[in-house]
Design a binder for this molecule. Structure first.
Ligand code: SF4
Ligand code: SF4
Length: 351
């Protein structure tokens, strides 16, 4: 694949890359528009065998997600670093590519009143529970959670592959599957606790997000990040002190990994979501309450979520008081694309 790979060392451990690329997703700016998903789909997953693949998905939370119930499907490592058993999701749980009645709606075959609808009787899809959320009106809530492969520092997929077909690149920590070496055993799919690997039956190979590495090598940001109208996907090296990724993860510590207890040390981080205050019975706002239950957020992002939310709230108050806030300036992204992916601000139309 034309890079210096990191695989297993002789004692079975994975050595770290020289540098690690990361993404930070600001959940307060995600519109749920799925532009990221479509950008990825049109760039990478249009071939035969890839019809049901969404290397980047945007799930509504709380929800059962993609594939269905991925959060309780096992994989990853326990606290001692021992691999946990994982379950292989079915094609139905990922969500099949539905067929629609385009022939009736667009084909002019005598059904002028036909509405667009899926054929058959699908029971699940990649975003079956979109915009449903949880809670009782008027205090119901939801938020969007975009997910890709986390290009983990301790990738359970890599450790599970008996062929050594999964590699972590030395120059940027991107995790890639070598399809020439893959034999389609799918142990990686069981082992990944985020269930971000798909199986291509036409190729008999596992496939997943490649962090758009051919674009990275030309100084262009991944398609999902570049096309995101919410400007919510920051891309950069964790050790680059000038990058927004470094500031949000390491300096201000407000960007957190999803399900850190899965033990793979993800390199995708999230700014936790805020929501309007819940309403009291008389319709007044309960300023001390949290519409999104804090325990739910702790379950997703770990106990550090309290500290992260408190830090952001304190910075918002600083701005209200007329003071400057480097953290809020970083989150706002005044200058696009330089402020959000400084090393990858090349124009994709010139590729
Ligand atoms: S998210 Fe899953 S597929 Fe991606 S590197 Fe981590 S363990 Fe592997
Ligand atoms: S393109 Fe951006 S705003 Fe739209 S769903 Fe994806 S991450 Fe959210």
């Amino acid at each position: 694949m034309g890079f210096d790979p990191i695989g297993r060392s002789k004692n079975g451990e994975v050595t770290g890359p020289e540098r690690q690329l990361a993404m930070v997703f600001d959940l307060n700016k995600c519109l749920g528009c799925h532009t990221c998903s479509m950008a990825c789909k049109t760039q990478w997953t249009r071939d035969e065998g890839m019809e049901s693949m969404w290397w980047t998905v945007v799930n509504t939370m709380p929800g059962r997600g993609t594939p269905k119930d991925w959060e309780t499907s096992g994989g990853g490592f326990d606290e001692a670093g021992t691999a946990r058993a994982g379950r292989l999701p079915t094609r139905e749980e990922f969500g099949e590519a539905w067929k629609f009645n385009h022939d009736e709606v667009l084909g002019g075959n005598g059904k002028p009143d036909a509405h667009l609808a899926p054929k058959g009787d699908p029971k699940w899809g990649p975003n079956w529970d979109e915009d449903q959320g949880d809670g009782e009106f008027p205090n119901s809530y939801f938020f969007y959670l975009p997910r890709i492969c986390n290009h983990c520092t301790h990738p359970a997929c890599l450790e599970a592959c008996p062929r050594g077909a999964i590699k972590k690149r030395a120059q940027d920590g991107v995790v890639l599957i070598d399809e020439e070496d893959c034999r389609g055993y799918r142990f990686c799919m069981e082992a990944c606790p985020y269930k971000r690997i798909y199986f291509n039956a036409a190729k008999a190979a596992s496939q997943k997000c490649i962090f758009c590495y051919p674009r990275l090598e030309k100084g262009v940001a991944p398609a999902c990040a570049r096309q995101c109208p919410g400007r919510m996907r920051h891309v950069g090296f964790l050790d680059d002190e000038q990058s927004s990724v470094h500031k949000l993860v390491r300096k201000f510590k407000v960007a957190l990994p999803l399900h850190p207890e899965f033990g793979t040390q993800p390199n995708v981080y999230y700014i936790p979501p805020f929501a309007p205050p819940p309403l009291n019975e008389d319709g007044s706002a309960n300023r001390n309450g949290s519409r999104i239950p804090l325990d739910y957020l702790r379950g997703l992002f770990g106990k550090r979520v309290d500290e992260a939310l408190a830090t952001i709230e304190a910075e918002i108050q600083k701005r209200r008081d007329g003071e400057k806030s480097e953290l809020l300036d970083t989150l706002i992204v005044y200058s696009w694309p330089q402020d959000i992916f400084p090393d990858f601000d090349g124009d994709p139309s010139l590729l």
